[in-house]
Design a binder for this molecule. Sequence first.
Ligand code: MG
Length: 249
Amino acid sequence: MIILKTAEEIEKMRKAGRVTAGMLDAVGRAVRPGITTEELDEIAADFLRGQGAKPSFLGFEGYPKTICTSVNEEVVHGIPGPRVLREGDIVSVDAGAIVDGYQGDAARTFAVGFIDPQAQKLIEVTEKAMYIGISQAKPGVHLGDVGYAIQQYVEAQGFGVVREYVGHGIGTEMHEDPPVPNYGRPGRGLRLRAGMCICIEPMVTAGDPAVRLLADGWTAVTQDGSWAAHFEHSLAILPEGAEILTQLT
Ligand code: MG
């Protein structure tokens, strides 16, 4: 069931989105060689406490931490812990905040110190793929059009689009209908409507996009060991197009 949001609800989504963006900014400023993913998690948790916000992820289906930190060949849902980030790594940070009952959800991939050019290209292509999807998202457009635009761009760059994980609606729940795939066929799928709030979140791999789950039950890694990047914004679909909620304005 798709829940359309009123103007008042979208205003609450903006607040949750801004807190989510601030959390990612704080984490991103701290990413450097020598820091552990657990320390990044603590920075995110401290930021949310300071904002009077609650973490979306902590306790979600039993998830144990405030953020997800997915390093190199980890695609999504890596659990923060004692792992030390090293020069040349990339780390995808996915984070969500709840403010006044409404949710924000966003992700960015950060370079740890200097990274090789192929890793830099992977990050840039993934971020651009997200913005290509966002530019498509307006009332009357099919979700297949959004997914197709993302997929076409990513594959033309020689990279892969993960199929097992997709974007989603968002509101008082982190995951609402509809699913928002990063692949698709033009003219297929649900049509977007004003008042829908969705997350567009391409997960892109340098090699084959097939993933497998580690024994921790959360961390998804590429089957071929190739590196992956992930960008996500929460959006409100307005009559004139998509407004990005998870950014500082
Ligand atoms: Mg999401």
